[in-house]
Design a protein around this ligand. Structure first.
Ligand SMILES: [Zn+2]
Length: 109
């Protein structure tokens, strides 16, 4: 990868880190415990419980992606971004652009 390509990936990682942090804040808000009062009806209560489960799953996924992005940033700082962790080969720029946190080349994935 050229310096320019590396910088482009770094920017994608930064952007994704920002937006995912926002999404995590939002989902954390949405997955707060549901109040046990009767201000909402039984049916909307069930809705709320279903939505909460979906949001909790989304929150877990986002947190995982956040971790992967943070590790990608570490690899960028160590100048290892774009190197396959398994075979040491180069990860194509197009693949990194699509999945900046990937640690393996197409062959090893
Ligand atoms: Zn590989």
């Amino acid at each position: 990868m050229t310096e320019k390509e590396k910088n482009e990936i770094k920017k994608i990682i930064d952007d994704q880190l920002l937006s995912i942090s926002d999404e995590i804040d939002e989902l954390t808000e949405l997955t707060k415990p549901i109040a046990l009062d009767n201000s909402i009806g039984r049916l909307s209560r069930m809705d709320a419980i279903n939505n909460k489960a979906i949001n909790e799953k989304a929150l877990r996924d986002k947190k995982q992606t956040l971790q992967k992005l943070t590790r990608a940033l570490d690899r960028y700082n160590e100048d290892k971004l774009g190197t396959c962790l398994k075979c040491g080969g180069d990860i194509p720029f197009g693949r990194l652009k699509f999945m900046p946190y990937t640690t393996r080349c197409v062959k090893c994935a």
